[in-house]
Design a protein around this ligand. Structure first.
Ligand code: ATP
Length: 233
């Protein structure tokens, strides 16, 4: 289990996280919802240790993670799939996937390639294509595939639906569900609350750097405030 308790993060004078507490139980999909600037991406960056909290605790299975470097966090299987995909545009699909496994030395790498292709057959068809020439949806598939090559226990997904054609959003979210069924926990940051709550077990709503609401996804979907603010009515 991954757990944050009362985490505060500052960027200079900007108090971006104001006491965030959340947990991701093993095997679950957890949504992190909220409007622009609520602190969603900062929460993911804090978990992957790209930003340092001023106070609070961060534990995985009861062990503190606050002294761990980002690369140690990756080795523990916490893999961050960043906002806007950030694929390496001049590298091929195959090279991008290999970069995802950069820290690994185990023998499962080859079978993980096949696994990525079973989730995303389009990537296999485009193995030698430069990533910058893929469509937005295909780049998102590649970014998730690259994260899977890091052998995640917990996948941190930042806005996988952003700027993607609606039919591909559905396809990608179906695959996120499959990835989870195969044993990977997921923390899903989304502005598209409809699709996020449809596939997640539990959800948190961030507002101004703190958790304003939390609950089972089903309950959140029926919550009047969530419906009004994030589900279009
Ligand atoms: P969005 O959906 O727009 O990406 P978000 O919920 O992910 O929003 P964050 O990106 O975490 O929000 O930003 C939280 C707050 O921290 C915002 O007020 C933002 O302006 C501020 N912030 C984020 N990154 C930095 C930075 N590098 N330097 C200064 N302030 C930052």
């Amino acid at each position: 289990m991954l757990q944050l308790t009362d985490v505060h993060v500052y960027y200079g004078h900007v108090h971006a996280l104001r006491g965030v507490s959340l947990k991701i139980d093993d095997g679950k999909i957890v949504s992190l919802l909220g409007g622009n600037g609520a602190g969603k991406s900062t929460t993911l960056k804090m978990i992957s240790r790209l930003v340092q909290p001023k106070s609070g605790s961060y534990q995985i299975d009861g062990k503190t993670m606050l002294k761990e470097s980002p690369s140690r966090i990756v080795k523990r299987g916490i893999i961050h799939c960043p906002e806007n995909r950030r694929v390496f545009p001049t590298f091929t699909v195959e090279e991008n996937l290999k970069i995802g496994a950069y820290k690994r030395k185990d023998k499962k790498i080859k079978s993980d390639f096949e696994k990525v292709f079973s989730y995303f057959p389009r990537l296999k068809e485009r193995l030698n294509q430069k990533a910058g020439t893929l469509s937005g949806g295909e780049q998102q598939m590649l970014a998730i595939g690259r994260s899977l090559m890091g052998d995640p226990n917990v996948l941190l997904l930042d806005e996988p639906s952003l700027g993607i054609a609606p039919n591909l959003v559905i396809e990608i979210f179906e695959i996120i569900k499959e990835i989870n069924k195969d044993g990977t926990s997921v923390l899903l940051v989304e502005q598209n609350a409809n699709v996020a709550l449809a596939i997640s077990d539990y959800g948190y709503v961030l507002e101004n750097g703190h958790v304003a609401l939390e609950g089972n996804s089903k309950n959140l979907k029926n919550n009047d405030e969530v419906r009004r603010l994030y589900l279009g009515g």
